[in-house]
Write a protein that binds this ligand. Structure first.
Ligand code: ME8
Length: 532
């Protein structure tokens, strides 16, 4: 596990070729959870997202919409900002590849690579997929000439192009993989890169185009624009000011070995991040990221949800009906981060009901009601481990916290949340074990009852704090009900037994009302149907 004190986490920069869908929300939300978790625990974390605005597809879509490409992307990117606001995304910066801070530096990077002799002018002939803006080899497109990513027909294309010499850095890349087993995870992704792309023989990468003009011009040869991936990948450093007059952030979040650099990407773009991006960085003599974490793709009816297929789920109506926290929770908890998953209305409702309404919500409700009933609404003073179950729940809580932190740090976000869910289940069970209603009947058991109430309140506080990066709104409502002052809502207080002594609880509205499965599943199915 890393001991680094500072973190830089990035999402892919999404194409503003159409509106974003729940798949994009998935990546960004999971990165946001990581960033919020780190910040809450007192680390410095810089979180970047953005928009990848150049390329043939955008030029084409803009034309179809009767707009200039810039007008077209401006409109869509406004929608990106709106969605991230609604989803409570806490990014520190938003990079657009049409911004001056990016364009100028990408031109400099290209010049540098040209001077280094990493790039040469040649002629390209290959299978080109317009949707994915990627060239493919004969083997990759197969006999049917279909794009291996989106399955659409590809076409033969030939043009004067600049090429990047991939084989120049290949040995160094393979050594880097070997020396850094955590660089590309899950590990199956590394094997996929080696077997699918590297072993069959890497071709030099085409890094310029002349057949369209919506891109960054090559200074040395202005009829060429820079191929969209060389333009896009460099966003991770241009956003930090690399190559600008002010490299302060770049030094702090990239060059400083004490900063851990994490790129989170979907499985569709692994090749670009795991093979070409490290090579580009080698060309520039820069440090490589510590981690590239590849998550799976959300499927819809057995096929990848994607803008070009039009089979997407729009996050807005879900957020409007169930609240941002339920949507964030579902994404992070249901679909194992790192594996493929599918969006399912049944699972959405089930997850909200089992974890949020039945376990956490119910625990809070029962506890606050009992504190009101037995102690006039005042959380009793902490007096150590009074009942035999108190020690057990205290040590279970400490184990949960430790595992949660380790899992979060390793980006095993789904597992980390599952463990918090176990704690709230355990606390519910603790109620059944200690039977507060029986203790309340016996004056001699008053201390035991008080201790049970304290431990319950403490478990809720811990759950609320560990869930805070996900349940960005409800965690504060939990703390409100426990009567915790703003200044005490600190992460380190989860180890501070006593912090809740004497607080006045406040029974608020039910946090997560139970959803009527039949009604809600139908509601979500209708939403999905609209997008069919
Ligand atoms: O590829 N399930 O942009 P893009 C999960 N501009 N995640 C999904 C998803 C799905 N069904 N669909 C999309 C690009 N994503 C380039 C990236 S980075 C230097 C350039 C998420 O708009 C996932 O993170 O097509 C995927 O990798 C990304 O959106 C692709 O977004």
């Amino acid at each position: 596990m890393s001991n680094k004190k500072r973190f830089y986490i990035t999402t892919p920069i999404y194409y503003p070729s159409a509106k974003l869908h729940i798949g994009h929300a998935y990546t960004t939300t999971l990165c946001d959870i990581y960033a919020r978790n780190k910040r809450l625990r007192g680390y410095e974390c810089y979180f970047l997202t953005g928009a990848d605005e150049h390329g043939q597809k955008i030029e084409k879509n803009a034309k179809a919409a009767g707009k200039t490409p810039q007008e077209f992307v401006d409109g869509i990117v406004e929608g990106f900002h709106k969605l991230w606001d609604v989803l409570e995304i806490s990014n520190d910066d938003f990079i657009r590849t049409t911004q001056d801070r990016h364009v100028k530096v990408v031109q400099d990077i290209f010049s540098k690579m040209l001077k280094n002799d990493d790039i040469y002018l040649g002629e390209y002939e290959g299978w080109y997929c317009k949707e994915c803006e990627a060239f493919w080899t004969d083997t990759q497109v197969g006999d049917e000439h279909l794009c291996p990513d989106c399955n659409r027909p590809v076409e033969k294309a030939k043009e004067e192009s600049y090429f990047y010499k991939t084989n120049k850095y290949l040995d160094k890349l393979l050594k880097f993989y070997d020396d850094n087993p955590k660089f590309l995870t899950p590990v199956s992704r590394k094997n996929e890169m080696i077997n699918t792309f590297i072993k069959p023989g890497l071709e030099d990468l085409c890094v310029s185009r002349t057949s369209f003009s919506w891109g960054i011009q090559i200074r040395e040869n202005p009829k060429h624009v820079i191929y969209v991936w060389l333009d896009a990948l460099t966003n991770y450093i241009t956003a930090l000011g690399y190559g600008s007059d002010n490299e302060e952030k770049f030094k702090k979040f990239w060059q400083d070995p004490d900063c851990e650099i994490i790129h989170v990407i979907g499985a569709d773009i692994t090749r670009f991040h795991a093979i070409y991006w490290p090579m580009f960085l080698m060309s520039l003599g820069l440090r490589l990221p510590d981690r590239e974490f590849v998550h799976g793709l959300l499927m819809m009816r057995d096929s990848k949800m994607s803008k070009s297929k039009g089979n997407v789920v729009d996050p807005y109506p879900l957020i409007e009906r169930y609240g941002v926290d339920a949507v964030r929770y579902y994404l992070a908890r249901e679909i194992n981060f790192g594996s493929d998953g599918s969006f399912s209305p049944e699972q959405f409702v089930e997850r909200c009901n089992s974890d949020l309404a039945n376990s956490l919500g119910n625990l809070l409700n029962r506890t606050v009601s009992m504190i009101i009933k037995y102690f006039d609404g005042v959380i009793p003073e902490y007096k150590g481990k009074v009942t035999p179950f108190d020690g057990e729940i205290e040590s279970f809580t400490e184990t949960v916290i430790k595992s949660y932190e380790d899992l979060m740090d390793d980006l095993k976000i789904t597992d980390a949340l599952a463990i918090v869910n176990e704690l709230s289940n355990r606390a519910n069970k603790y109620i059944d074990e200690t039977t507060p209603w029986a203790l309340a009947k016996d004056e001699a058991k008053k201390d035991e009852l008080a201790s049970v109430m304290y431990h319950l309140a403490m478990s809720i506080f811990v759950c609320g704090m560990l869930f805070k990066p996900v349940l960005v709104k409800s965690s504060d409502r939990i703390f409100d009900q426990l009567g915790i002052a703003e200044k005490d809502r600190k992460y380190e207080n989860i180890h501070n037994y006593g912090v809740l002594s004497g607080l006045k609880v406040d029974k608020g509205e039910q946090l997560f009302p139970r959803l009527d499965a039949a009604v809600e599943v139908q509601f979500i199915k209708d939403l999905m149907g609209e997008n069919k």
